[in-house]
Write a protein that binds this ligand. Structure first.
Ligand code: HEC
Ligand code: HEC
Length: 200
């Protein structure tokens, strides 16, 4: 698991392409991207802005992170309720096209409850412990995924999957999470998620 996480962190695209190259294509020819994206809208919302708390928003997602996520679902190394089955139905070219398409949609931060005091503490902690990789939203966020403005129930479940070993946590990230918990305690971790729920 650890070797896989390192592999993913340092060779994300090469690794993904390698895996996909050996995969059987579900369709004969690749479908137009608008049609493909429409099949995702039922759950992820039009333009990828989701209105269901357990379904993440995927608008403005970094294409590298998008492709990596689909690859992890396909391989079954990332816990999921539904995406493992869905991700296996597309070719690499189709996934790349969707990654570009969703990456260029406008992101509407989710409006959801948060604790104002914890959220401002969380902003400070995010800048110290998480921002070096989770830069913000959109393609500039690199391969680490969007945290700020994402659905809180999804994000917490996703984080728990990493902590409890149902999804690889990058080694570098683990170092920062451990440091945060050691210095700021559980309260620090809780504060972070209130900041992500506030969305700005
Ligand atoms: C039936 C509902 C449903 C459909 C249809 C669906 N998704 Fe998902 N998607 C989810 C859920 C729920 C998750 C969270 C993981 C899980 O539980 O499967 C998710 C997670 C994801 C993620 C990971 C997001 C992150 O922040 O890491 C990506 C990327 C994604 N979906 C892309 C797609 C694409 C592309 C399509 C269309 C081809 C699609 N999904 C269709 C429900 C759906
Ligand atoms: C050294 C870089 C790095 C640091 C620092 C870092 N992360 Fe991450 N994080 C990543 C990467 C890379 C991913 C994507 C991993 C994957 O999908 O395989 C990720 C993914 C996540 C996810 C899952 C997102 C999703 O959409 O499912 C959460 C939640 C998360 N990180 C929380 C945090 C928190 C909280 C901190 C600060 C305490 C933090 N990370 C610090 C690199 C980092």
């Amino acid at each position: 698991m650890m070797r896989l996480a390192i592999c993913i962190l340092f060779a994300a695209t090469v690794f993904s392409v390698g895996q996909f190259a050996g995969a059987r294509l579900a369709h004969g020819a690749d479908a137009p991207v608008g049609l493909l994206a429409a099949t995702c809208a039922g759950c992820h919302g039009p333009d990828g802005n989701s209105s269901g708390p357990a379904t993440p928003t995927i608008a403005r997602m970094s294409p590298i992170y998008f492709i990596l996520a689909m690859d992890e679902y396909r391989q079954g190394v990332r816990n999921s309720t539904i995406m493992a089955r869905i991700a296996r139905g597309y070719s690499l070219a189709e996934i790349q096209a969707m990654a570009q398409w969703f990456g260029s949609r406008p992101l509407l931060p989710v409006v959801q409850p948060f604790d104002a005091r914890l959220a401002s503490l969380g902003k400070d902690l995010h800048e110290r412990y998480c921002k070096k990789c989770h830069l913000g939203s959109g393609p500039v966020a690199g391969r680490a995924g969007v945290l700020i403005g994402q659905w809180s129930p999804y994000l917490r479940a996703s984080f728990n999957d990493m902590v409890e070993g149902r999804r690889p946590m990058p080694t570098n990230m683990k170092r920062w999470v451990d440091r945060l918990v050691r210095i700021e305690g559980r309260e620090g971790l809780r504060a972070l998620f209130h900041y992500y729920a506030r969305g700005r």
